[in-house]
Design a binder for this molecule. Structure first.
Ligand SMILES: NC(=O)C1=CN([C@@H]2O[C@H](COP(=O)(O)OP(=O)(O)OC[C@H]3O[C@@H](n4cnc5c(N)ncnc54)[C@H](OP(=O)(O)O)[C@@H]3O)[C@@H](O)[C@H]2O)C=CC1
Ligand SMILES: O=C(O)C1=N[C@H](C(=O)O)C[C@H](O)C1
Length: 265
């Protein structure tokens, strides 16, 4: 049995993750933590009263007492870094869904997990369709280097651009390099009108109620455009990838950034 603790268990992704772990063969949900005040078990919160796991607000105590194999984290930027440090300190494999960390922080965790020989995964997007979108977009960029990314999310999202958009831009940049696009003399009449810049690629972030998680990668060539789009219309879309990640992390002895490195290897 793989023993799993979920951090951010009362949040949108945390709740789905607890349900997915409870339903997964060979996995046991041993702990749930969140900073929200809730007096009761995660089972009573999820409408599964038979699951009698109290919600803790002390991650280190949970890791020390329950000795899980894996920590799933869906909290928020600023919290996730501390949780990864504590997991690595106590020999627990982190499977991280929380986005918004700086590239230098991710690099630091990859280094420290390798030194400690602890497996870990930092995954900006667990949806298999999103991983395919990134793969197809990276292939297309070899032929259509002019590209812009539009990501659309619910209006409760803290970080912009999304972790998925950054991962897509990094992957596209790895095949086309840093290049300038558009008119050198273009100017913005409203700051930010042309989006954020990643190595010459524009990223546009839309936040509105009604969306879950969506991204379109648009390529432009002479007399033609190509659009590659992925839509997560429900948070269940992330769960098969998350469960796969929990299984795979058990055989890793280093930290991997991106589930595509496991799925398409
Ligand atoms: N990798 C992927 O496939 C996906 C990643 N994400 C990412 O996951 C993260 C969470 O998203 P989402 O579930 O929508 O967000 P939510 O705000 O719904 O959930 C986050 C939860 O973490 C809690 N929390 C905040 N601080 C702490 C803390 N110090 N200790 C424990 N719990 C804490 C929050 O409590 P409170 O509300 O009281 O602050 C909340 O219950 C985001 O970074 C998002 O970008 C989202 C979807 C898919
Ligand atoms: O906050 C979200 O909701 C999501 N966050 C991740 C990201 O930043 O890419 C993954 C997905 O887009 C949903």
């Amino acid at each position: 049995m793989i023993k799993v603790v979920v951090a951010g268990a009362l949040g949108k992704m945390g709740q789905e993750s607890c349900k997915a772990v409870l339903n997964a063969e060979g996995m046991e949900l041993v702990g749930a933590m969140d900073c929200k005040e809730f007096h009761g078990s995660i089972g009573s919160f999820l409408g599964k009263p038979e699951v009698n796991i109290q919600i803790s607000n002390n991650i280190e105590q949970v890791l020390l007492e329950l000795k899980p194999d894996v920590l799933i984290d869906f909290t928020r930027p600023g919290v996730v870094q501390e949780n990864i440090e504590l997991a690595l300190k106590h020999g627990v494999r982190p499977v991280i869904g929380t986005t918004g960390m700086a590239a230098s922080e991710i690099e630091g965790f990859i280094k420290s997990a390798s030194e400690k020989k602890i497996g870990g995964l930092i995954v900006p997007n667990f949806a298999i369709g999103a991983l395919l979108m990134i793969k197809f977009a990276t292939e297309a960029a070899k032929y259509f280097p002019n590209v812009e990314i539009i990501e659309l999310h619910h209006d409760q999202k803290m970080d912009a651009p999304s972790g998925t958009a950054l991962k897509t831009a990094e992957s596209i940049a790895s095949v086309r390099g840093n290049m300038s696009q558009g008119m050198p003399s273009e100017f913005e009449k409203i700051d930010g009108a042309r989006g954020g810049d990643f190595e010459g690629m524009k990223i546009h972030s839309i936040r509105l109620p009604g969306f879950v998680a969506h991204q379109e990668v648009i390529f432009g060539g002479t007399g033609q455009t190509l659009s590659i789009r992925h839509d997560s219309i429900a948070r269940e879309s992330f769960m098969p990838g998350l469960i796969l990640a929990v299984r795979k992390v058990m055989s890793l002895d280093h930290m991997v950034y991106g589930l595509e490195n496991i799925l398409f290897e």
